[in-house]
Design a binder for this molecule. Structure first.
Ligand SMILES: [Zn+2]
Length: 245
């Protein structure tokens, strides 16, 4: 309590800073990211890939397979994935601040972008529960939180958030691997934690960034093997292979 009180006093005297630009937040900024920075984010519009959620640029329309997921013939084990936008610019900076900069409150605007998309595309109505892609125990300990769980918790769809998966080992050093290698690398990496709870349920799997989709697909397949009826996906940003250094 003393610590909270001390932090409250410090907040009174020090300006808060934007988690992305580092500039002091203005009075009308809700934070943690300055409104001026949020406005520059390139969010998905009416043109997107239903398979991976990636924005396609004006005029392309809604498609079922974009260039980024053309290699993934058998899909990601999901019915449809929603992404707030591409892993670039402001969205990339926000994901990096959330994942590596300790800025856990950056999850809030990311969730706020995903929620209306999930409602508009009719996914919010179809799901029974939300499942974050877990980190390994070691990575959770190092980071102090799971960014996917923070995004899942902020969706506010009125559905329970279930930590239904356990990650047996970290797999986040995949940048140099081919798609086939990534798939082998993630095989068996998840275990269903509460099969009884997810049996017959339609679930929304949530993560911050999806690149090859190998990890995401393995998580979705683990849920389905454990008895889930169907899995949808929500990710903050869709990266193409080679973008996740
Ligand atoms: Zn796609």
């Amino acid at each position: 309590m003393l610590k909270a009180l001390a932090e409250g006093v410090i907040d009174l005297f020090l300006p808060r800073h934007c988690a992305v630009s580092g500039r002091p937040l203005l009075d009308d900024d809700a934070g943690p990211v300055a409104a001026e920075v949020l406005r520059r984010a390139e969010l998905v519009g009416a043109d997107y890939c239903t398979r991976c959620g990636a924005p396609q640029g004006a005029g392309v329309g809604v498609i079922g397979e974009c260039l980024s997921c053309r290699e993934v013939r058998d899909g990601f084990g999901t019915r449809e994935i929603v992404a707030a936008g591409r892993y670039a610019g402001v969205l990339e900076d926000m994901c990096l601040a959330l994942k590596f900069g300790g800025a856990r409150e950056v999850a809030r605007p990311l969730s706020a972008w995903l929620t209306p998309l999930l409602i508009e595309r009719g996914i919010a109505d179809k799901i029974d529960a939300v499942v974050p892609v877990p980190l390994s125990a070691l990575r959770t300990l190092q980071r102090g939180y799971n960014q996917a769980e923070l995004i899942a918790g902020g969706l506010g769809l009125g559905k329970p958030v279930l930590n239904a998966l356990r990650r047996m080992r970290p797999t986040d050093r995949q940048a140099m691997l081919s798609l086939a290698q990534r798939r082998r690398n993630v095989e068996g990496v998840f275990k269903a934690r509460k099969p009884a709870v997810i049996e017959g349920k339609t679930l929304l799997l949530v993560d911050d960034v999806m690149t090859s989709g190998a990890t995401f697909a393995e998580a979705a397949r683990t849920l389905k093997r454990a008895g889930a009826k169907a899995v949808y996906g929500a990710i903050a940003a869709r990266a193409a292979l080679g973008e996740d250094s």
